[in-house]
Structures are given as C-alpha cells and as structure tokens.
Design a protein around this ligand. Structure first.
Ligand SMILES: Cc1cc2nc3c(=O)[nH]c(=O)nc-3n(C[C@H](O)[C@H](O)[C@H](O)COP(=O)(O)OP(=O)(O)OC[C@H]3O[C@@H](n4cnc5c(N)ncnc54)[C@H](O)[C@@H]3O)c2cc1C
Length: 408
C-alpha cells in the first residue's frame, strides 16, 4: 500500500549529515512571534531565500519540523547543472523558444550567482567547486537527438561541445556514441551551504526555530498565522513555502509532482581516477539516468537507479542491492579505478511532468509564495527561486519568472 503523503519520507541515511554531523541547532518555538516574512522549511531552498530576503532588509523567521537541512538537502548529491532533466528542444516544443531558453539560461546564470554568493558571504566551507559536465548518449539512437540539443543550446548562447566517439575515448576509459561537454557546472556540499546561509541570517537578526512543525496556515485581516505542533504561533505578512516534497501535506500541490526514490553512494577517497577526465560531472540520456561527480575529499559520489516511490521502509531495504548496481556501473565505466563504497543511502525525489520547478504564487493562496524546486536540478532551482521571490517581494516580476509559473 502506498504511504500517506504526509508520513515521514525523509532520507534513510543522509550522506552530508553523516559526514558533517549536526552543524547547528536552533531552539524550538514555544511562544508567539511576528515577522515580515515567514519561511516554512529550512533546507537549501529555505536557506537561500532567507539569506536573499534578509539582505533586502526583510525581517525573516524560518521554521522547520526537523533539525535544519536534514530533509532532502542532506541526501542530495548536489551536482549543479544548467542542464534540466528535460531537453531544451522538448521545452521549446512545449512552451516556445523564449520561455524554454529563459528556463535554461536562468539555471546557467544561477551557477554564477551561487558562486558569487558563496564568495561574498565567505562560505568556502561548503566546497563550491567549478566543474565540467559531460552528458553521454546512452544508445546510438540518442545521437541525432543530442546533436539537435547541442544546436539548440548554442543558439541560446550556451557554450557546449559535441564530442565524437574518438574524443570520448581521448577523455575517458570507456567508449561512447556522442557526448555533450558543458564547461558551465559545479558541485557543492548542499548541507554545509544551507547551514552557512542560515548562520548568516541569524547574524543579520533573523530567527530560526527548528524541530517545530507547522500544522496549519491561516489568513486573517492582518496577514497570516502559522500554527505549530508545540503551540507557539508565527504572525507574518508574507509566507514562503519551501517544504520540498512535503508541501502537499499542507497545500493542494499533490497533482504537480510525482515522488520517486533515488539511490546514491559516496566512495572512500580515490587517490587516482584514471580514465575519469577531471573527475567531471557525468550523466546520460537514459531515464532514469546514472550520474556521478567527485568531491573535495577525493570521493566519487554516484547516483541513480530511481524507482517509483512505494514506501520508505521498502526503499531503504533496497539500498544494499542498489548500491551494488551503482558500483558495477562505475566499475564498468572505469575499470582501472579502485573504488570502494563508504556511505550509501536513499532519498525521496520529486519530479514534475516537464522537469521545471514551480516558483511563485499559486491559486487562492494569497500572501504566499511557493518554491518547489524538484528534480535533478533541485539545488539550482532553489537559487532561481530565491531570485524570483526576492523580486516579487520588491513588487516586480523577475525576467526568469515565466517558465516557472504555476500557470505556465
Ligand atoms: C538522492 C538525491 C539526490 C539528489 N541529487 C541532486 C543533485 O545532484 N543536484 C540537485 O540540484 N538536486 C539534487 N537532488 C534534489 C535536491 O536535493 C532537492 O531539490 C533539494 O534538496 C530540495 O531542497 P528543499 O530545501 O526544497 O527541500 P528539503 O531539503 O526537503 O527541505 C524542506 C524542509 O521543510 C521541512 N518541512 C516540511 N514540512 C514541514 C512542516 N509542516 N513544518 C515545518 N517544516 C517542514 C522539512 O523538515 C525540510 O527540512 C537530489 C535529491 C535526492 C533525494
């Protein structure tokens, strides 16, 4: 039987939390408080939005039902790519050239924006690192599609290189049909990044309450009231909903997203990685796709093997089997690399039909902004959401807003 959408779907063994421990605790909310903007959810999305809004002078309160950043943020493999799970050519067919290009270019520029923010706030501990990304044609029949995709990206002004089978062999230890090489990509420790942004919020006078679950959101003549399971209330003029895949527990968003389970592992540090060019980000056209990246410790972080969601216990039961399959795939690609798994885990993963995030206002929920950054680009969508919502609170529509609107 499928679980109720509101049972605890949190990741079984969240890598970043295991690796970094709990970096900071905040008090639970036991009294009534008030603010300009309440942010519901202290994952990477809530943290990026909180930092952006506090920089604009808003008085911000962030609430989370768990310890901060221990939802899907702590399970994320955090590849940062402008390449959305849906090809640009397919988005053009669905939404037209302008909207589709805007979606791709927003994600492209969001990588630069995130780097600027990491540097300006001194968040180097999150190990944001520029990387190359390589997208492989999994089957010969994907080659013409990838050629068209490369052309569409170039016409949008994105730098992308087509690598022939011989160029693939020059860079890697495996054979391939065609690959797209993108110099615009990065990797990050999403958990440390979220903690760093939240600490910055507190330095600016913002408040965070964790282990405080919001049970109801009400609207009255003065604004919004958030009720919590501990009895304390938050009164706010505006609400930003950054609850990730649990949004449907309080709002009518269930039809917008399909939940999957995804599996990942982190290896012991690799002294050498022959045949793995620059330890780049690597993914492929098959769906679900296999993907990997390196990290600052020299580990390989490997993921994929997604399954339609059943329940957290069954999902976690599959972790050993899925880990073996991910290990095999890695060894098939890089037979000279001696890779041993150190951590493996599963997490819940939300996907929209078109692969784009939902960001902005939604239906009758006045005074609320939603930031539902689902899919393989979730972290980059969170950066995009912070910009769009910051502009909305300044009374403007951000030029990136259109492809991410709920009524697109
Ligand atoms: C295995 C895996 C691999 C991934 N890999 C990548 C990747 O390589 N690149 C990428 O960009 N993205 C990736 N993603 C997706 C990315 O991790 C997510 O998009 C991102 O973490 C979502 O962040 P969030 O802050 O929106 O959600 P979350 O981190 O889930 O945060 C939501 C928060 O809301 C809180 N909350 C929920 N309900 C309530 C309530 N009622 N009251 C109070 N608090 C509440 C939760 O406790 C939680 O802390 C991956 C995800 C998984 C699971």
């Amino acid at each position: 039987m499928d679980p109720s959408p509101c049972m605890d779907l949190s990741s079984g063994h969240a890598y970043w939390r295991e690796k970094n421990g709990i970096l900071a605790n905040y008090p639970p909310l036991d009294e009534d408080v008030a603010c300009d903007v309440a942010i519901l959810g202290a994952g990477i999305t809530g943290a990026l939005i909180a930092e952006a809004l506090s920089a604009d002078g808003h008085e911000v309160i962030v609430l989370d039902g768990r310890d901060v950043a221990t939802g899907s943020t702590s399970a994320s493999t955090a590849l940062l790519q402008y390449e959305v799970d849906t090809h640009l050519i397919d988005l053009i067919a669905q939404y037209g050239t302008d909207a589709a290009r805007t979606a791709y270019l927003a994600c492209h520029d969001a990588i630069d924006l995130l780097e600027e923010r990491v540097v300006s706030l001194g968040l180097e501990a999150c190990n944001f690192t520029r990387k190359d990304s390589v997208y492989l044609a999994s089957r010969p029949r994907d080659v013409p599609v990838l050629r068209k995709e490369a052309e569409a990206r170039r016409q949008a002004g994105i730098e992308v290189h087509e690598w022939s089978p011989s160029e693939i062999a020059d860079h890697f230890s495996f054979q391939g049909h065609l690959a797209l090489h993108s110099p615009q990509a990065a990797e990050v420790d999403a958990y440390r990044l979220a903690h760093g942004l939240l600490a910055e919020l507190v330095r600016r006078g913002g408040k965070i309450f964790d282990r405080t679950r919001v049970t109801a959101v009400e609207i009255d003549a003065a604004g919004l009231i958030l009720r919590t399971h501990r009895g304390g209330k938050v009164r706010a003029k505006r609400l930003v909903v950054a609850m990730g895949y649990e949004t449907e527990c309080l709002f009518d968003t269930a039809k917008l997203v399909t939940l999957h389970s995804s599996f990942a592992l982190a290896s012991e540090p690799l002294e050498e990685a022959p045949g793995w060019w620059r330890r780049c980000l690597l993914w492929e056209t098959a769906r679900p796709y296999f993907y990997l990246r390196g990290d600052a410790d020299g580990r390989a972080i490997i993921g994929g093997e997604d399954l339609p969601f059943r329940n957290p216990a069954a999902r976690d039961h599959l972790v050993p089997r899925k880990t073996k399959r991910l290990e095999k795939r890695f060894h098939d690609l890089f037979p000279q690399v001696r890779m041993e798994s150190a951590f493996s885990w599963a997490g819940t993963f939300g996907e929209t039909n078109d692969g784009l995030a939902y960001i902005g206002s939604y239906r009758k929920h006045s005074l609320c902004y939603f930031a539902l950054g689902f899919g393989g680009n979730g972290v980059i969508y969170s950066v995009v959401a912070a910009e769009i919502i910051r502009a909305a609170l300044r009374g403007k529509e951000h030029p990136w807003a259109v492809p991410f609107r709920f009524d697109r």
